[in-house]
Design a protein around this ligand. Structure first.
Ligand SMILES: Cc1ncc(COP(=O)(O)O)c(C=O)c1O
Length: 408
């Protein structure tokens, strides 16, 4: 049984009043999720009782910290069903995962005339690193179009995937449209033309089970802070045979086996890609977050979010002038929308006075908004703790915004 009351008790911030007498209705988890008690406790315990640098000291605390840091890697590998922990690289966030692949794999494997295929629904994190790479190498970035309903034009894949395509990088779930993409189908299509496939898991890892072996993706990147974990850490999964041949991304301590005045020998995987003192507390927090989500069950989390989304779609359909972006079904737990006559920032500001926290803007997907012919949108996003009562507050606040701006 999905016990929403008990789950809400796990998140201390949910009992916050944002203004005196106004309780928080947090509908911005897609931007960053709140943190449950076990995550706060794990990081507190580390800093209070066994903080030390890892991999370097022979003393007891360093050994405890190293064990906890590497245990986090094992837990994350299990969370995404990676064959081995050394295929899990701790990075700063999903964005850094894309940059690592673009700089390391990209600079070694992409040349003039080559193509990187993205889609029109990508987050800037999965656009800009490839644009930088393409500009440097004389390569081209192409975009698989979307249909007007916010689904990918999969029937045009053959046209866009060519023998020049070196990589297909795409999001598993859109942070604006809510569209859930057919990951395995896209990965297979990339492999058919000899390209690699990189999945943006930022909106998948927090919300549904992931099995990188079943998906057969070559790389997957996601962020801890969207999945109940701390900020400052993310994950890059890569197939071992690829990571092993890729040159280091950042240089410094920990990523080397030996350094002389003339050069260096890189460390083994995964440390080859983790230069300097790593994110120790953050890895420990992320470990607690993966345990927490696995405890709830990712299938149950996904089912809960779908039920809340269906409820919200129904309830928002009664707000005059409101247009939902994205497909009518098969979507993740977020709804971006426009409201005729009101700028998204005005909507968000009015809702804030009612304690309802939503996002307004381009959600780091400016090209997608351009494709949709709108400058910005408002977005409500749901998570493990969202209730139908909170959705009712969202709808009521939107009605209030309409009457405040005399749209009735
Ligand atoms: C689909 C998607 N990809 C990538 C990112 C980037 O995540 P981060 O800013 O944590 O690197 C986000 C964050 O909003 C996202 O929604």
């Amino acid at each position: 049984m999905y016990d929403i009351a008990r789950i809400r008790d796990d998140f201390p911030i949910l009992s916050t009043e944002v203004y005196p007498g106004v309780p928080l209705v947090y509908l911005d988890s897609a931007a960053s999720s709140q943190k449950p008690l076990p995550v706060l406790a794990a990081m507190d315990e580390y800093y209070r009782h066994y903080h030390a640098n890892v991999h370097r000291g022979v003393h007891r605390l360093s050994e405890l910290a190293t064990n906890a840091y590497e245990a986090a890697r094992v837990a994350v590998a299990a969370f995404v069903h990676a064959p081995a922990p050394e295929e899990v690289i701790f990075v700063g966030n999903a964005t850094e995962g894309f940059n690592l692949v673009a700089y390391s794999w990209g600079r070694a494997n992409v040349g003039p005339g080559d193509e990187i295929l993205l889609t029109e629904m990508e987050h800037h994190a999965n656009i800009v690193p490839w644009q930088i790479l393409a500009a440097e190498k004389g390569a081209t970035v192409r975009y698989l179009p979307i249909h007007d309903d916010g689904t990918l034009a999969l029937e045009r894949l053959d046209e866009f995937l060519t023998e020049r395509t070196r990589l297909l990088a795409f999001t598993a779930a859109s942070n604006v449209l809510g569209t859930i993409n057919p990951v395995r189908q896209l990965v297979d299509a990339a492999h058919t033309v000899g390209a690699l496939a990189m999945v943006d898991g930022a909106q998948m890892a927090p919300h549904m089970p992931i099995d990188v072996q079943a998906l057969d993706c070559d790389f997957l990147a996601f962020s801890s802070h969207k999945m109940c974990g701390p900020t400052g850490i993310g994950v890059l999964y890569g197939k071992r045979e690829l990571l092993a041949t890729m040159p280091p991304f950042l240089g410094g301590g920990d990523m080397i086996r030996r350094v002389t005045f003339d050069g260096f020998v890189p460390n083994e995987l995964p440390w080859k890609f983790e230069a300097g003192t790593p994110r120790i507390a953050e890895a420990i927090g992320l470990h607690a977050a993966t345990d927490y989500l696995s405890g709830l069950g990712l299938d149950a989390v996904h089912a809960h979010e779908q039920a809340i989304t269906d409820y919200a779609l129904e309830s928002l359909s009664e707000v005059p002038g409101l247009t939902v972006l994205g497909p009518s079904g098969g979507r993740g737990g977020l709804i971006a929308f426009t409201l005729k006559g009101l700028h998204p920032h005005d909507i968000a500001e009015v809702l804030d006075k009612d304690g309802v926290a939503i996002r307004a803007g381009h959600h780091c997907a400016m090209p997608l908004h351009m494709r949709l012919g709108i400058p910005a949108s408002a977005r409500a996003s749901f998570y493990v703790h969202t209730t139908t009562e909170e959705v009712d507050k969202l709808t009521a606040a939107l009605h209030r915004a309409r009457s405040l701006f005399k749209l009735d």
